[in-house]
Design a protein around this ligand. Structure first.
Ligand SMILES: Cc1cc2nc3c(=O)[nH]c(=O)nc-3n(C[C@H](O)[C@H](O)[C@H](O)COP(=O)(O)OP(=O)(O)OC[C@H]3O[C@@H](n4cnc5c(N)ncnc54)[C@H](O)[C@@H]3O)c2cc1C
Length: 385
């Protein structure tokens, strides 16, 4: 992706602006949403108005034409401030499929509206109940009929579907079970809803607005196809490095929040007449979590730098996601342990963030699949599955 490279001062200014915005959305805001399983609309609107969601969209289409490094800094800061970017991050990486492979007409039609916030491109329909991680065995089928495609199938874990105007949908266009048989579509969800598209929310251990969607004879215009028919899997793979780097940045933000929160509590909580942080058994795990998060952060920004230079970054993007998701989980566990019983109390936000950060070892790609990628593609060992 062509991108501008933000300098250190721009990055720091942007982070300060994100932090100021996040201060308007404190713990009570997220706790209420979590209790009600509600969508953070006000936060998403504020982030869009602030121009933060359009950083990767080229200036010609109304964005600020920046690179992944700046985008990663934005998402890291959101999480470091105790907020959560899950309601908005998909727009940053799914937009890349449209930007890289969409036609001029598609880009002119949709990108300015996405950049301005008039339309949300937050839904990404890839995973299916029977295929799981094995994306090439998806069954949702799009059949060309004249000027339309007729889509039948089912997706699961399609997050934000109820709050998005548009969805990037991966479907099979040839019956053969081969990688080349998949295609990508940009679906206007508001038009499709009730006319072949049904959305059913899934209640999960975290507030993630995730759903399953059912596609029954859904007719979409033929020009919904992005790029060429049959190349969809490659297009999706192209965007996965960006997705992994951005999610890894969120994990680093979570780790920063957990470490900051744990060390503050360890300094102020007095038991046996002294702060609990004076005990090595409390202090050292926090220090270790800090070291691990700092090391993972180096990999995240190394991957982002390579991505912005247009250089191959598959191993780094995958390692960034692996190390950052494990560092955030270690920090989360340490923070909870540091708080003792209070770690379980809603008002401290620790248990909420703990539930939120656990997701990243499973989605968007699970740890085992990253390890198998490294084992096979980087280290040349036999394919393990
Ligand atoms: C809250 C949430 C939001 C999500 N949002 C989206 C979304 O917006 N869009 C979307 O398309 N998807 C989304 N997903 C789906 C997510 O990407 C998948 O859950 C994830 O890729 C794992 O797939 P699966 O759940 O089918 O697990 P499975 O593929 O069934 O795997 C189950 C377990 O087995 C392990 N495993 C499987 N195969 C192997 C192997 N060969 N070797 C070793 N271990 C293996 C996996 O690592 C995993 O731990 C979301 C998921 C969740 C939970």
């Amino acid at each position: 992706m062509a991108s501008g490279t933000a300098d250190g001062e721009t990055i720091q200014q942007t982070r300060r602006a994100v932090a100021a915005l996040c201060a308007r959305f404190p713990g009570e805001y997220w706790r209420r949403l979590d209790r009600e399983r509600a969508y953070p609309s006000a936060f998403v609107e504020a982030m869009t108005e602030g121009g933060f969601l359009g950083v990767l969209i080229p200036e010609a289409y109304g964005g600020s034409g920046q690179g992944l490094t700046l985008a990663a800094n934005i998402l890291e800061e959101v999480h470091a401030q105790g907020c959560n970017a899950a309601a908005l991050h998909a727009q940053m990486y799914t937009m890349g499929t449209l930007l890289r492979h969409g036609s001029k007409a598609q880009k002119e039609k949709w990108l300015p509206k996405i950049a301005s916030g008039e339309m949300r491109l937050q839904a990404f329909g890839v995973t299916e109940p029977t295929a799981g991680t094995d994306t090439t065995s998806i069954r949702t089928f799009a059949e060309r009929r004249g000027d339309s495609y007729v889509v039948n199938g089912q997706k699961v874990w399609t997050s934000r579907a109820e709050h998005s105007d548009l969805m990037i949908l991966l479907a099979r266009t040839t019956p053969k079970e081969k990688v080349e048989g998949l295609s990508v579509f940009l679906v206007d969800m508001k038009k499709a809803l009730g006319k072949g598209l049904t959305i059913k929310p899934i209640r999960t251990m975290l507030n993630h607005a995730t759903t399953e969607i059912f596609l029954n004879d859904l007719e979409i215009p033929a020009d919904s196809l992005i790029g060429e028919e049959g190349k969809g899997f490659r297009y999706i793979l192209d965007g996965m490095n960006a997705e992994r780097i951005l999610i890894a940045a969120e994990c680093i933000g979570d780790a920063v929040w957990f470490i900051k929160t744990a060390s503050a509590y360890a300094k102020e909580r007095v038991v046996f007449g002294r702060p609990i942080g004076a005990n090595q058994g409390v202090q050292f795990p926090i220090a270790r979590a800090y070291a691990e998060a700092e090391a993972a952060k180096l990999m995240v920004y190394r991957a982002a730098e390579l991505f912005d230079r247009g250089e191959p970054c598959g191993p780094e993007a995958n390692m960034a996601k692996l190390l950052a998701s494990e560092a955030s989980w270690k920090a989360a566990d340490t923070c909870l342990q540091t708080h003792g019983g209070f770690g379980f109390a809603e008002e401290y936000d620790v248990e909420r963030k703990f539930r939120e950060t656990r997701l990243y070892q499973v989605a968007p790609i699970s740890t085992n699949l990253i390890l198998s990628y490294l084992g096979e593609h980087v280290l040349g060992m036999p394919r393990s599955y």
